[in-house]
Design a protein around this ligand. Structure first.
Ligand code: ARG
Length: 273
C-alpha cells in the first residue's frame, strides 16, 4: 500500500475524476488508515511504498504490476500522468530482491487492476486500459494461460472495478461492463456467478479484497454484502469515498504480494506459477 500524502485529483483520466472535485485530505488519510487497520487486523502483512509528490494516483498500488513469486512485472501505464510511477514501484521491488521483468514493446497494461488471480485461474482484461498484446507477453513471460475478458464501459475501466473472483465456483461481477463474449466466458467459468446491481457496482463493490473468508469492501453496497453473506463470506465495509473521486476503492489501494499462492487445501490449477 502507499499512503495518500500526495493524493489529489490533478488530472482527469477516467469518468470518475473531476479536477473540481477536491479531495478532503484529512478524510482521505482517515479512510486509508482505517483500511490499513482493517487489513492488519485481519492478519495481513502490509508493506508500504513511499509516496511521491508528482504521482498523486500512486496510492492505487494495484496498478503497479503483477507479482509472481520473487518476480515483478511492472505495468506500462496508458496515461503519461501515471507513467512516472513505474520506476518507483520497480525500484521498490528491485531493492527487495525481486527480479524485475518488464514486458517488451510499447504495449499498455495496468497490473493487477486488469489481472486477477483466483484459485490458480488468472483472469485478464483488455479494452479500456490494457492492450491484448501486453497480456500475450505477460502469458509468455510467466508461463500463464490467462482467461481473456473484454471491458466495454468507460466507468469500469479496470477489471478489478467490475469483477470479484471469490473461489473456483463463485464470483461477483457487473455484467454490463463486459462484452457479450466475456459475459458468456464468465458464466461458463463459474457455477455461482453473482450479478451485482448497478447501484452496488457504482459503489465499487467489486473492487473488494478477499482475505480468507472476509470480503473487505466499500460501504453502502447492501444487496451484494447480503448475497456474499448468504454464501458464508463475512463482509467488512470501510469507507473509500475520497478515493472513488479518483475512480478507485479498496482493491485498487492494494497490490497483493502473494498473488499466485493458492488457499490451503486447494490444488493448483492451470496457469499457476
Ligand atoms: N485514477 C486512477 C486511474 O485512473 C485510478 C486507478 C484505480 N485502480 C484500479 N486498480 N482500478 O488510473
Amino acid at each position: 500500500m502507499c499512503e495518500p500524502s500526495h493524493f489529489r485529483i490533478a488530472y482527469e483520466i477516467n469518468p470518475w475524476m473531476r479536477i473540481t472535485n477536491t479531495v478532503q485530505e484529512a478524510e482521505a488519510a482517515a479512510q486509508w488508515q482505517a483500511l490499513h487497520r482493517t487489513l492488519v487486523g485481519l492478519g495481513v502483512d502490509v508493506e508500504l511504498v513511499e509516496p511521491a509528490a508528482h504521482v498523486p494516483d500512486m496510492v492505487f498500488t494495484a496498478n503497479a504490476g503483477v507479482v509472481a513469486g520473487k518476480r515483478f512485472v511492472p505495468a506500462n501505464f496508458r496515461f503519461v500522468e501515471r507513467a512516472p510511477e513505474a520506476p518507483l514501484f520497480s525500484r521498490w521491488f528491485a531493492d527487495r530482491g525481486y527480479e524485475v521483468l518488464p514486458i517488451e514493446g510499447p504495449r499498455h497494461w495496468e497490473g493487477e487492476g486488469d489481472v486477477l488471480v483466483s484459485n490458480g485461474s488468472v483472469f485478464a482484461a483488455s479494452g479500456t486500459r490494457t492492450e491484448p498484446g501486453a497480456l500475450d507477453r505477460l502469458d509468455a513471460l510467466l508461463g500463464l494461460e490467462t482467461v481473456r475478458l473484454e471491458l466495454v464501459d468507460p466507468r469500469f475501466y479496470h477489471l478489478d472495478t467490475c469483477f470479484l473472483p471469490l473461489s473456483a465456483e463463485c464470483a461477483a461481477y457487473y455484467p454490463p461492463a463486459f462484452s457479450d463474449a466475456s459475459r458468456a466466458r464468465l458464466e461458463e467459468a463459474f457455477d455461482d456467478l453473482i450479478e451485482v446491481p448497478a447501484e452496488d457496482a457504482l459503489r465499487f463493490v467489486c473492487n473488494a479484497l478477499l482475505v480468507g473468508r472476509t470480503v473487505v469492501m466499500n460501504t453502502g453496497a447492501e444487496w451484494t454484502a447480503r448475497a456474499l453473506e448468504e454464501r458464508g463470506y463475512e463482509c467488512v465495509a470501510t469507507p473509500t469515498s475520497e478515493f472513488i473521486k479518483a475512480g478507485g476503492s479498496v482493491k485498487c489501494l492494494v497490490l497483493t504480494l502473494d498473488t499466485f499462492r493458492d488457499p490451503p487445501g486447494v490444488e493448483p490449477r492451470r496457469g499457476d506459477v
